[in-house]
Design a protein around this ligand. Structure first.
Ligand SMILES: [Zn+2]
Length: 167
């Protein structure tokens, strides 16, 4: 995450303070400290009839890349709720969490360090309707998957195949 220059609560100019865990931005007026924790997000590997659903991004960043439905966890949501909401928003499909696959650390340009919790999701209903940010969305057999962009997608997909979780 980038450094704040001004306090997001009171607008005062932040100061650099050295503490036990290094230098942090601190507000001299209200005491706010900018912690740079990873942002919690979730991803879904949606499966149905032995196939895997991928979305092709229609906008930057990484326009044209094939990705799994992924997004930030909203305030008040559990990770599984966020995962199924993102699936619905990005593909129009409903699903059921089968299991958690793994949690990953990724870097994103704007947000910095992101925590991605990947789930295996069985598609149970709905109609495939890609969201506005998508150029395409379709199901692939494991043997015909396109190249996947991020380590969290490649590694979680590899685990699903190794563990025989698609049939
Ligand atoms: Zn402040």
């Amino acid at each position: 995450m980038k450094d704040f220059v001004f306090c997001p609560f009171c607008g005062a100019k932040l100061e650099k303070k050295r503490g036990r865990k290094g230098v942090r931005n601190r507000c001299p007026a209200c005491g706010f400290t900018q912690y740079k924790n990873p942002i919690p997000s979730v991803g879904a590997i949606p499966v149905k009839d032995g196939k895997v659903l991928l979305i092709q991004r229609g906008v930057e960043p990484v326009k044209g890349a094939w990705v799994f439905p992924t997004g930030f966890i909203d305030e008040g949501e559990s990770p599984p709720q966020a995962c199924l909401r993102e699936l619905k928003e990005e593909t129009g499909l409903e699903g059921r969490i089968v299991r958690i696959i793994e949690a990953y650390a990724e870097e994103a340009d704007l947000y910095g360090h992101i925590l991605v919790i990947m789930y295996l999701v069985e598609v149970t209903g709905g109609e495939l309707r890609p969201g506005d940010d998508a150029a395409d969305a379709r199901f692939f057999y494991p043997g015909e998957l396109p190249d996947l962009l991020f380590n969290c997608f490649r590694d979680s997909m590899a685990r699903v195949l190794e563990e025989g979780l698609i049939s």
